[in-house]
Design a protein around this ligand. Sequence first.
Ligand code: AKG
Length: 273
Amino acid sequence: MINASLNSNLLEEFNQNGFLILDEFIDLQYLDKLKDRIEPLFKGEFETGIEPDEWNWKSGRDSNDVTRQICNAWKSDNLIKKIVCNSIIGECVSKLMGWKGARLLQDNVLWKPPLGRSLLFHQDASYDDWVTPQTMVTCWMPLDDSSIETGTLEYVVGSHKWDLCPPSGTFHAPDDYKKELKMYAKNNNKILDIVEIKVPAGGVSFHHGLTWHGSGTNKSPYHRRALVAHCVPHDAKFHPTNCGGTGRIYRKYKMNDTDELNESFFPILWKDK
Ligand SMILES: O=C(O)CCC(=O)C(=O)O
């Protein structure tokens, strides 16, 4: 279903740039089936009967020109679960980050329709201060060919070597999706080297949790859909007190008398033997 092998050159590329693109990752035979799952999800049709944790857009209720996002569709749909909970993702992200294992903290289904607006430049790890260690790596899997015209993901090359900057600004459809990034760069004397990535459907881009990234408006007549797995080390725990970022939603999964991230809500994808 997913195939990848990472060699030392690819690991070096990730360490150098803060991201790594592979043109082939998900078997192409699954792409149409995966795309077919997306519209029903945004209509509230859930195969497992379980509602996802976050859901910013509903068919018929919300404006058409925003990027549609669902968080934790794996709980609602078994095919999406097979992708975002795949052990190959866990093994790849562990190797990239030098971890002994990886756990899914959260997935995203992203659907940017024609004229779908931008997503704010941010660092993924800045949203997970409720987890310790506060780190992350993201596996971004486009289901459609992505390019500058379709509002692809944009990275600031090398920004994974910068400090963590707390989240600020509107995430969905901000007036200027680079505003916070430009402010951070100005205040910290950073030079911005931004690349708009081109990844074919079925490929993957991994990025470090500190890598600044965002995406512009879809100016093409085509839909731009992606599945995303946000991963943390397998032995990450709930932070004892922090509940900022997305913690206001996910701390409800903390069990009594333990800081462990429970396997039922944050599945382990892969562990070194
Ligand atoms: O697909 C996008 O436009 C943004 C995705 C993103 O922010 C992420 O995967 O961390």
